[in-house]
Ligand binder design. Structure first.
Ligand code: HPA
Length: 271
């Protein structure tokens, strides 16, 4: 394990003051408000953690919020680290491995994404069932620490089947409409060309975005069970926008974010 990983874990642990989170939750663009539901919150700003990468994206707050959600002990990243900001993918590995050192066993991830599959209209919540890594980056490149995970980690259950089944059951029970799909990651920061959107759809992607995959690869390496959701904010470039105006699209995404928060709270209840 790298020094940075150990340093991150130690600094977070000191500030948690004996609190031992079981679940890490990484919140995507526009989805940060679920952190406001965390009870007895302890806030740790990224700027207060030595050598921690800073997230400079608008709508991302740049802090950990630790506490309980539906009675479960969570450590939430309100603001994620993106490759397009210039961060090395290995720093994302170090953060996830620090979670492992803190005793965390599950990683929940959310993101905003564009649709490659036109059936995923803006405002859809997509349960991520698998991913395609087209970022041309990998957080595990470099020396492997065999105490944290294997050199060649298996990705056949990258998004944990039991957690996915639980999410589907609960969504059904509470009448929260969700679809399932494959998340395809690009590095960004530019949005896709229309030709790329067509190509990515043919490759098997349902939604495209600029995050999540590095965290999920590192989590699988370290043996954390992963559950992931995308909120579809727009149709990919060149796909026919049905009759939604931009304002309606934003409103749909906002409503979907609220529904996703409710769904997550119900899932936490049942863990
Ligand atoms: N492409 C990539 N990332 C995104 C998009 C998109 O269309 N929408 C939200 N994040």
């Amino acid at each position: 394990m790298t020094d940075l990983c150990r340093i991150f874990a130690e600094q977070i642990q000191t500030r948690l003051n004996g609190f031992t989170p079981d679940i890490a939750l990484i919140l995507g663009s526009g989805l940060g408000h679920i952190a406001e539901r965390i009870e007895n919150p302890v806030i740790i700003k990224y700027t207060d953690i030595k050598d921690f990468p800073q997230s400079g994206v608008r709508g991302h707050q740049g802090q950990f919020v630790a506490g309980t959600l539906s009675g479960k002990k969570v450590l939430c990243m309100q603001g994620r680290i993106h490759l397009y900001e210039g961060h090395a993918p290995q720093i994302i590995r170090d953060i996830i491995h620090a979670f492992k050192l803190l005793g965390i066993t599950k990683l929940f991830v959310t993101n905003a994404a564009g649709a490659l599959n036109p059936e995923l209209t803006p405002g859809t919540i997509m349960l991520i069932c698998d991913h395609i890594n087209l970022s041309f980056a990998n957080p595990l490149i470099g020396a492997n620490d065999d105490t944290l995970g294997p050199r060649f980690p298996d990705m056949s259950n990258a998004y944990d089947k039991n957690l996915r089944n639980l999410a589907l059951r609960i969504a059904d029970e509470y009448n929260i409409p969700i679809k399932q799909g494959v998340y395809l990651m690009v590095s960004g920061p530019n949005f896709e060309t229309a030709a790329e959107v067509r190509a990515f759809g043919i490759l098997g992607g349902d939604a495209v975005g600029m995050s999540t995959v590095p965290e999920v690869i590192a989590a699988n390496h370290a043996g954390l069970a992963v559950l992931g959701f995308s909120v579809i904010t727009n149709l990919g470039t060149g796909l026919q926008q049905q009759s939604l105006s931009h304002t309606e699209t934003l409103a749909a995404a906002g409503k979907a974010a609220d529904k996703l928060s409710q769904l997550l709270l119900h899932i936490f209840e049942r863990l």
